[in-house]
Design a protein. Structure first.
Length: 207
């Protein structure tokens, strides 16, 4: 079992343990459906249909719509689980007060989270044209990434500047995916490449 799977399983187990009484059976069924969608995404299925989710969960199609208004509602649950699993990584206190050190640490964190959530990011990015929730969630994540950068960077490198936008793009999931999956760099080499690119941007902005 991968570290990423363990982290997500811990959140799922905590969700299940929080159920009691009459809610327990309903909550267990909901989690089974959510887990089925996550399993299909992990297996590489792009935008799984509700029929495939029901089959994977071992429930009838009607059961899905008893528990969820639509597929967006299931995606919403998946997003909640991923946020609970990985927000602590992104929001942990930094080890240094120096902004350059914090930026370096942020790159390491983003690459770590990208490594863990890549199947979900790839799938939801492809599916967001057909999903209001996924489209809104994409924009929310984008704004959160800008906010985290702006909280670290000096004002002349904020994301409303040319250099800041370049840093934003370089530290994005899309750049991580290109380096890690298309260029087939190792996880460590991907972190080093992003750090070097960002360093070049910062140095050129100071010229």
């Amino acid at each position: 079992m991968s570290q990423a799977t363990t982290v997500i399983d811990n959140v799922l187990n905590a969700e299940e343990a929080s159920s009691d009484g009459r809610r327990a059976r309903s909550q267990a069924s909901r989690l089974k459906i959510v887990q089925a969608l996550m399993d299909l995404i992990e297996a590489g299925e792009a935008n799984p249909s509700t029929a495939n989710i029901a089959k994977q969960a071992g429930v009838g199609l009607r059961s899905i719509f008893r528990h969820f208004e639509d597929k967006d509602a299931i995606y919403r649950e998946v997003d909640s689980i991923l946020m609970k699993a990985y927000s602590p990584v992104m929001d942990a206190p930094y080890k240094s007060d120096a902004w350059r050190d914090r930026l370096s640490e942020m790159i390491e964190r983003r690459c770590e989270v990208s490594e863990a959530t890549a199947p979900y990011r790839v799938t939801t990015n492809a599916a967001r044209r057909q999903s209001k929730f996924l489209k809104e969630n994409y924009l929310r994540l984008h704004e959160a990434e800008k906010a985290r950068l702006n909280a670290i960077l000096p004002s002349e490198l904020h994301t409303d500047t040319a250099a800041g936008r370049a840093i934003l793009v370089t530290t994005s999931f899309d750049t991580w995916r290109l380096l890690r999956q298309d260029e087939r760099l190792s996880a460590g080499a991907t972190v080093d490449a992003v750090k070097r690119l960002v360093q070049d941007i910062v140095e050129r902005s100071a010229e």
